[in-house]
Design a protein around this ligand. Sequence first.
Ligand code: ADP
Length: 229
Amino acid sequence: MIAFQNVSKVYENHSASTALNSVTFKIEPNEFVSLVGRSGAGKSTIIKMLIGEDRPTKGRVIFGSYEVNKLKNHELPFLRRHIGVVFQDFRLLPHKNAYENVAFALEVAGSPQQEIDELVPQVLDLVGLSERMYNFPHELSGGERQRVAIARAMIHRPEVVVADEPTGNLDPFNTWEIIKLLAKINELGTTVILATHDKEVINFLKRRVITIDKGEIIRDEEKGKFILA
Ligand code: ADP
């Protein structure tokens, strides 16, 4: 279970800017939740708070038995095994092929070679990339690169996958392929949190939608529709 309890985030730069203002919500296991809002609304900030990349100025972020806002830096890798993250710009290592990009996530976690040999082909099969596993990122389409990133996010069998504008760099065809893949991952038992401002994607999914505007939740609907004035 994920819970944000009155989470506020103020960035202190030249002038203080409030990225989140007392945000409260809960996400139950196996939900598929979209975070919707204009650019600058606060979607990425919510994700950063959830994965412990940054800390709230106020409030609590709960992930299962963890209170994320209190974790020390050396404790974050434990949290990150439970949350797979996918970004708009894929963030693959350019000099490693698809297989090696996914394997690397296990290597840094100290997994034995036998486990790597077993799991990497399984997860690449899950995302439909068995045929392309020895290709390098520059040899793959945008959609295929995002599949590699999703495979990497899934390698620790996380309870939650968080995708921050994962289709932002993709054409409509690849957008649908990636959204269908996220829906499949959710059906197989993983919570999915999708930050997007793609109206068609939201209306297609017909799942819960949390709408954020200027750092506040302005709507939270089951089977939501994309409504932004
Ligand atoms: P979204 O993901 O919805 O586009 P963000 O969460 O990235 O929105 O940003 C929310 C607000 O916080 C914006 O006004 C943005 O300019 C501000 N912001 C985000 N990150 C920082 C930062 N590191 N320093 C200062 N302001 C930031």
